[in-house]
Structure formats: structure tokens, C-alpha cells
Write a protein that binds this ligand. Structure first.
Ligand code: CA
Length: 233
């Protein structure tokens, strides 16, 4: 197996040095971008297997970089936020980051997170749902092609949103408890922020619902969880 490529987007020399040494030792090929614009260029040229993305960057913020990359790729992205940066974290997840770590972090913890998000890549993760395409109302999800369409139009979908939608569609008409959704989509990787599930649901609604504020497809069952309505228009 070839060594995974990581794109480290970081502007603080101390962190760059530590990451270069630590991640190389862990078997990664490390590429470093020190500002947001370079990060986007290097994303194209390097084609990394995973991205470590600092939020506070010169030229373009990590949030902007994440948003732009998500328009064309579902590469795993781990956002790096400053201590106390809860807002950055929520926004980061909203624009498509798969996970986040808070500075200061331990290399060992970071590597565990990186391996976890990389394992969730479609080609490598264990698939326990059927690989049959599912159609519910105007939404079609094709697990084999990792494709979601809404009324025939493709909808960009990062991995965890895709997995969450897959579970909801496969169980359309059934209430899925929060704990079950968290366990099946994030498992032990869930970082304890109870907002993560809600943020992902919100993102799905904004992509699929005609009025995300009053959802007709993905409905909240208060105190229990979420349900994908069987009959939608
Ligand atoms: Ca920074």
C-alpha cells in the first residue's frame, strides 16, 4: 500500500515543523501550504488523501478553503481550530469538514482522527447497508457511484452527510433515534459535540428541502430523532 498523502494547511512555523516530523514518522507523505490560496492550488496538484486545515490563515480562511474544496471533492478534511473556537468548529462542520481538532493537540490523537476519517472513504470502509440505489420521492441515492440526485440533478454530498442520508433513506418512514444515527455514522469517532448530528441534518435539509426552515422530507421527531418521510412531493 502506498503512503497516504496529507496536505497540511498551517501558517505557524512551530506547528509546521512538529507536523512534518510527526506525520512523516507515522508514514504520511507531508505537503505543506502556508496560506489559503496556496492550499487550493496544492489541493489540485497534490491530490491529497486527507487534509489538515487550520482555520486562521493568511489570504483565505480555512472555512473558505473547506467550502471551495467541498464543491469538487469529498476528500476527508480535519479542521484545526483555536482553543475556544466553538463557532469556527460549527461553521467548519457546516461547510463540510469531517472532523475537527483543537489546538494544542497531540500528534497521536491527530493521527488517530486522520486514520478514522480516511477509513470512512467509500472504497475503504465496510459497507453494511445494501449497495442498491434507493429512491424516495424526488431523492435518489446510489451507494455504488456515491451519487445523490434531487429531481434528477446531482447534489454534492461529503461522506458523512451521504452516510447519514443513506441511513435515513434506507429506513424511510421510520423514526431513527439520535443515538443510533450517531453510532452508525460516527461510531467511536464521535467527538462528543452533541451538535454534530444536528449540523449534518441541517446541511442535508439545506440541500434537499425546498424550504429548509419547514422541512417536509427530513423531519424532527422531538425527543427521539429524525425521520425521512416516505411520501414527499
Ligand atoms: Ca493559523
Amino acid at each position: 500500500m502506498t503512503s497516504p498523502k496529507v496536505l497540511v494547511v498551517e501558517d505557524e512555523p512551530g506547528f509546521i515543523d512538529a507536523l512534518q516530523i510527526g506525520l512523516t514518522r507515522e508514514g504520511f507523505i507531508v505537503h505543506v501550504a502556508t496560506d489559503g490560496v496556496t492550499a487550493l492550488e496544492m489541493f489540485e496538484s497534490v491530490q491529497p488523501d486527507v487534509i489538515l486545515l487550520d482555520v486562521m490563515l493568511p489570504k483565505a480562511s480555512g472555512i473558505d478553503v473547506c467550502r471551495q474544496i467541498r464543491m469538487r471533492s469529498s476528500v476527508p478534511i480535519i479542521m484545526v481550530t483555536a482553543k475556544g473556537g466553538e463557532i469556527d468548529t460549527v461553521v467548519g462542520l457546516e461547510v463540510g469538514a469531517d472532523d475537527y481538532v483543537t489546538k494544542p493537540y497531540r500528534i497521536r490523537e491527530l493521527v488517530a482522527r486522520m486514520r478514522a476519517v480516511m477509513r470512512r472513504k467509500p472504497s475503504e470502509r465496510s459497507v453494511d447497508l445494501s449497495s442498491e440505489a434507493i429512491e424516495v420521492g424526488p431523492v435518489v441515492l446510489n451507494p455504488v457511484e456515491h451519487l445523490v440526485t434531487l429531481r434528477g440533478e446531482p447534489v454534492a454530498m461529503p461522506l458523512k452527510e451521504f452516510e447519514l442520508l443513506h441511513l435515513l433513506l434506507a429506513n424511510a418512514g421510520r423514526v431513527l433515534p439520535r443515538d443510533l444515527l450517531i453510532d452508525r455514522v460516527w461510531g467511536n469517532d464521535y467527538v462528543g459535540d452533541t451538535k454534530t448530528l444536528d449540523v449534518h441534518i441541517k446541511r442535508l435539509r439545506s440541500k434537499l428541502e425546498s424550504d429548509p426552515g419547514t422541512p417536509q422530507m427530513i423531519v424532527t421527531i422531538r425527543g427521539l430523532g429524525y425521520k425521512f418521510e416516505r411520501s414527499t412531493s
